[in-house]
Design a protein around this ligand. Structure first.
Ligand SMILES: O=C(CO)[C@@H](O)[C@@H](O)COP(=O)(O)O
Length: 256
């Protein structure tokens, strides 16, 4: 076992993140967002005692190519925001560079998810943004879900495409062309929720378009719906993300 280089000051936060990220990986097959190992979840670990996100933060993510039934908290790996492995027995997810790039360039982001969920990926294959024609889209995405550039895995190009595409967008999701969706959130749970909601609206609008042209929503109404959902729905600010049951509980139930 290689010696961990996680700072002692971050130990408790890293261990808590491992539990959360392991449980959230179980949500991907549970919601039908992945086949085999084709998806990943990460969470930022802020190392600043004052709680300010920064370049010295860490990320917890799954090891590459490991099936979801094996993704226990101890199986999770820890990297710095250059993607360097600090703790773990196996190689980190092949998308670690993309996750790390997002964390370096979007300090407000605490969680990143990548899937190849069928309907969202079909929109990515066409390079077509998902139009904001449902109140659920206005609620969660605040407008259309944009398309990012084609980028091959292996360097910062996917992460750069995510950041540049989401700049100036309220959407927590981006469809990377010919590849699939990436979602972001204030934490990994919010990013998983965005991935679940993305697949739902991608499917619904695909179905609607089989029989006609979906009707647009007035931009002022989109703003009102987004503001309500983000600040009032559920139990208050961002209550929508907290409305879901605890993934750790779900994971126990799923594997019961
Ligand atoms: O799309 C790809 C590979 O092309 C990856 O996102 C997917 O296979 C998941 O990879 P990891 O198991 O996280 O390394």
């Amino acid at each position: 076992m290689t010696a961990s280089t996680v700072p002692a000051s971050a130990r408790d936060a890293v261990d808590a993140a491992k539990v959360q990220v392991a449980a959230l990986h179980a949500e991907l097959p549970r919601w039908g967002l992945v086949v085999w190992t084709a998806g990943n979840v990460s969470q930022r670990v802020v190392v600043d005692p004052a709680g300010a996100p920064g370049a010295a933060d860490l990320l917890v993510i799954k090891p590459s190519g490991v099936t979801y039934d094996e993704l226990t908290p101890d199986a999770m790996v820890v990297c710095d925001l250059d993607g360097t492995l600090l703790e773990g027995e196996r190689s980190p997810s092949s998308d670690t560079a993309a996750h790390a790039y997002v964390y370096r360039n979007m300090p407000e982001v605490g969680g990143v998810v990548h899937t190849h969920s069928t309907y969202a990926t079909a929109w990515a294959a066409r390079g077509e943004e998902i139009p904001c024609v449902l109140t659920m889209m206005a609620d969660e995405f605040g407008g259309p879900v944009p398309v990012g550039p084609f980028a091959i895995i292996g360097d910062d190009s996917i992460g750069r495409g995510i950041v540049e595409t989401l700049a100036g967008s309220r959407s927590p999701a981006v469809l990377m062309r010919n590849h699939g969706p990436f979602t972001i959130g204030r934490d990994a749970k919010a990013a998983v929720k965005a991935a679940v909601m993305l697949e739902e609206v991608a499917r619904t609008i695909h179905v609607a378009r089989q029989l006609g042209d979906p009707l647009p929503i007035d931009p002022a109404a989109v703003d009102r719906l987004y503001d309500r959902y983000q600040n009032v729905y559920g139990q208050g600010a961002a209550g929508g993300a907290d409305a879901a049951t605890d993934p750790a509980t779900n994971a126990e139930e799923a594997h019961a």
